[in-house]
Design a protein around this ligand. Structure first.
Ligand code: ADP
Ligand code: PMV
Ligand code: MG
Length: 387
């Protein structure tokens, strides 16, 4: 028996970084997914290994189960219903296991993902031999929440066969979790995201778990029903970066200029609240769709200015902003910044010719553009017989 989980990536419409410091942010799932499949070895397989295949980066790792057992405390695998943080001691054991893998320097960012895997696997499943395969439609380390989608899909697959969740194992096709089970998946995913991000706000794993558009503040989520269908162009600058380092950089700026940064975060909070209220306004009673889009564009521009003041923009992001501005389109970075992806709102009445032109110009700079479906469902799982 095999279980497969798929969890969506996300875009942050407003509020990244500030959300780590308690401001409101608004985010939406996108229709690009990370898939995790889990297959337990049977005694007849005669293998006593835990295998992790990371297809997107063409790497495969394996550990003898005895090595995992020696690295973790006896309590591993006993605590599925109580998500636990990785202690300093366990982090040291994980670091030793990861170091032995000799991950190539160019792919060292993966070490945190492998560490999150080891923590979630040993905590939820303990010491069972298995093969876990990960594939993703998301670019990794680009601001579209690949780390959260990875943790949510992984936590879902790992929890699926435990008594902590109640699922119909005979269900055919994709299946969603019930409310309580989803909460548990989200909490475990947050523990994994902590290992990858350092100090995550929790917005990425929450939107990947629940899907749709959410407003999020200090760990609390509000589901939103938007009256505006947002069409977003996503431009990947292809400049790789690491969320943990960027979040830490903003934290240091906050320590150096606490009063100023408090104003910046408070301004972002107001921007996200205003965005949430515009998205909620009934249409077309109070504002026409075009008027709403114009206001959203202004909020996007203001949020980008504040992200610049946090020090997380990048020369390539500025190139995207300048290019889209030529076509009177508003853009902002999304996710941690420092390169990664940029969002551009494509107003409903914008002609297809203009969209084609702006995409052609951005792609001539070496960037990659795509239009993502915004606001689909959250994580799902599917049971099957493995081949
Ligand atoms: N499909 C995947 N395969 C392996 N590792 C992954 C995958 N998706 C995410 N990761 C882990 O998450 C890291 C990227 O997370 P992060 O820096 O937060 O960027 P983002 O979440 O914006 O993509 C990767 O370096 C890796 O450790
Ligand atoms: C910068 C931040 O707000 C979002 C990071 O998103 P991503 O990992 O770049 O996709 C961090 C967080 O909220 O945990
Ligand atoms: Mg991330």
């Amino acid at each position: 028996m095999e279980v497969r989980a798929r969890a969506p990536g996300k875009i942050i419409l407003t509020g990244e970084h500030a959300v780590v410091h308690g401001s409101t942010a608004v985010a939406s799932s996108i229709d690009l997914y990370t898939y995790v499949s889990l297959h337990f070895s049977t005694p007849s397989d005669d293998v006593d290994l835990l295998k992790l295949q990371l297809k997107d980066v063409a790497l495969e790792f394996s550990w003898p189960i005895s090595r995992i057992r020696a690295a973790f405390p006896e309590s591993a695998g006993q605590l599925t219903s109580t998500p636990t943080s990785c202690s300093v001691e366990n982090a040291k054991s994980i670091a030793a296991l990861v170091e032995e893998l000799n991950i190539p320097e160019a792919k060292i960012g993966l070490a945190s993902g492998v560490s999150a895997f080891l923590w979630l696997y040993s905590s939820i499943q303990g010491f069972k031999p298995a093969t876990v395969v990960v594939t993703s439609e998301l670019p990794l380390g680009s601001g579209l929440g690949s780390s959260a989608a990875f943790c949510v899909a992984l936590a879902s697959a790992l929890l699926a066969f435990t008594d902590s969740v109640s699922l119909d194992l005979n269900h055919k096709g994709w299946l969603s979790f019930g409310e309580k089970d989803l909460e548990l998946v989200n909490k475990w995913a947050f523990e994994g995201e902590k290992i990858i991000h350092g100090k995550p706000s929790g917005i990425d794993n929450t939107v990947s778990a629940y899907g749709n558009i959410i407003s999020f503040k200090s760990g609390n989520l509000t589901h939103m029903k938007s009256s505006v269908t947002l069409k977003m162009l996503i431009t990947n600058t292809k400049v790789g970066r690491n969320t943990k380092a960027l979040v830490a950089g903003v934290g240091e700026r906050m320590l150096r200029h606490p009063e100023i940064m408090a104003f910046v975060f408070s301004a972002v909070d107001s921007i996200s609240k205003e965005l949430a209220s515009i998205l909620r306004l009934p249409s077309p009673d109070e504002l026409s769709v075009t008027e709403k889009e114009e206001r959203i564009e202004e909020l996007i521009e203001m949020n980008q200015g504040l992200l610049q003041s946090m020090g997380v923009s990048h020369a390539t992001v500025e190139t995207v902003l300048r290019t889209t501005l030529k076509y009177k389109l508003a853009s902002k970075l999304t996710g941690a910044g420092g390169g990664g992806c940029v969002l551009t709102l494509l107003p409903t009445l914008l002609s297809g010719t203009v969209v084609d032109k702006v995409i052609a110009e951005l792609e001539s700079c070496g960037f990659q553009c795509f239009i993502a479906g915004v606001g689909g469902g959250g994580v799902q799982i599917s049971f099957g017989v493995s081949s």
